[in-house]
Design a protein around this ligand. Structure first.
Ligand SMILES: [Zn+2]
Ligand SMILES: [Zn+2]
Length: 363
């Protein structure tokens, strides 16, 4: 008996084109990978767009010691595409539908987390890439690819009014910011702070605004002010300006911190009012220093949050459909992916790259 058993359902496989990193130092380059032929609960999707998430970049470079990268690595977990085949037991999708896949492709389905619809916290959750593949052996391969085959429970429906290139980043950046805001009760009239205006931050601003909150963006760059207001912020605070910061002490219901560079979180904690919460979705390399009194005096709390469950991801997509929310994207062909990584490492993107996967057909 082994713990990672290959599924009893025997899978034939087919080959599909993809882009992969061969090791932590190499650029991404064309490769051919296997995918399983769809089983009875599977959905096969021709990938149309795939967003580029910072996780892709860190995984490709092998920068997360807690999750060592297995090479070749095909990243991508912001996937939107067209259904090309469904298994006999699939009822939610049919050939031709527009469908989406996010950061997860499987979980055990029966633990307390799964039962609560929180598959993202399941101890046996399978990530879209760089997780053991129970069907074919090896590891899972992500969305920088022609096609993908995913269990129906993990496939999402995309509202028909949304631009598909801009919808792709909703599958990670969108749900990562939507989920904590829903959990901590962001609604009409709440005062919400967003720290950092990057891929995650710009989604947070759009979503918080659509939820009816009073949105304040904290940024170190005065030149982002105009953009923040355009995206839906009511106020912009230059976080290095202590006078501007002090005007907001004890006033926030909720603050979302999307910064993954080192910074002082106590400066933000003191802006929360009694029982206010600050949630981290950015992950700096070094641990944050937290002054206990920042939390004690006003019963404030500090927490973290990881993407969202499948049901909530669908709810987020429907919410974005209703409010016509997509990410601000720069669409690129797959051949420009290495350049895009280089630009992303200098924060030179507004605010997400979305790969037009039709470009892979010419490889
Ligand atoms: Zn991501
Ligand atoms: Zn589970």
């Amino acid at each position: 008996m082994t713990t990672t058993q290959v599924s009893s359902e025997a899978h034939t496989q087919y080959k599909t084109k993809a882009y992969a990193a061969a090791n932590a130092k190499s650029s991404l380059a064309p490769i051919t990978i296997p995918r399983r032929d769809p089983g009875e609960h599977d959905v096969q999707i021709e990938i149309l767009f795939c967003g580029i998430c910072h996780s892709d970049f860190h995984t490709v470079r092998g920068e997360w010691s807690a999750m060592p990268t297995v090479y070749p690595c095909v990243p991508g977990h912001e996937i939107v595409g067209r259904v090309t085949k469904v298994g006999s037991e699939v009822t939610k999708f049919k050939t031709g539908d527009i469908a989406a896949v996010g950061c997860m492709v499987d979980s055990d389905g029966n633990c307390p987390e799964c039962q609560a619809g929180l598959e993202q916290y399941c101890p046996h959750m399978t990530l879209t890439y760089n997780s053991p593949d129970v069907h074919l052996g090896g590891i899972t391969y992500g969305g920088y690819s022609d096609s993908i085959v995913v269990k129906d429970h993990f496939v999402l429906q995309v509202p028909s009014n949304l631009n598909l290139a801009g919808a792709a980043p909703l599958l990670c950046a969108g749900i990562t910011t939507y989920s904590p805001m829903r959990h901590w009760g962001v609604t009409k009239g709440k005062k919400v702070g967003v720290v950092g205006l990057g891929g995650l931050g710009h989604m947070a601003v759009k979503i918080a605004h659509a939820l009816g909150a009073h949105v304040v963006v904290f940024t170190t760059s005065p030149n982002k002010k105009e953009d923040a207001l355009r995206l839906g912020a009511d106020e912009v605070v230059i976080s290095r300006n202590t006078d501007e910061m002090s005007k907001h002490v004890n006033s926030f219901d909720f603050i979302l911190d999307a910064v993954s560079a080192e910074h002082d979180i106590n400066a933000y904690l003191q802006l929360l009012h009694r029982d206010g919460n600050m949630t981290l979705v950015g992950a700096p390399d070094k641990p944050h220093a937290v002054a206990a009194f920042s939390l004690i005096f006003k019963r404030r709390s500090l927490s973290g949050s990881n993407i969202g469950g499948i049901e909530e991801t669908q709810e987020m997509l429907d919410f974005c459909g209703k409010n016509n929310i997509t990410a601000d994207v720069e669409v690129i062909p797959i051949q420009k992916v290495n350049e895009a990584y280089e630009r992303m490492s200098r924060a030179d993107v507004k605010y997400r790259f979305s790969i037009d996967m039709a470009s892979l057909k010419s490889e």
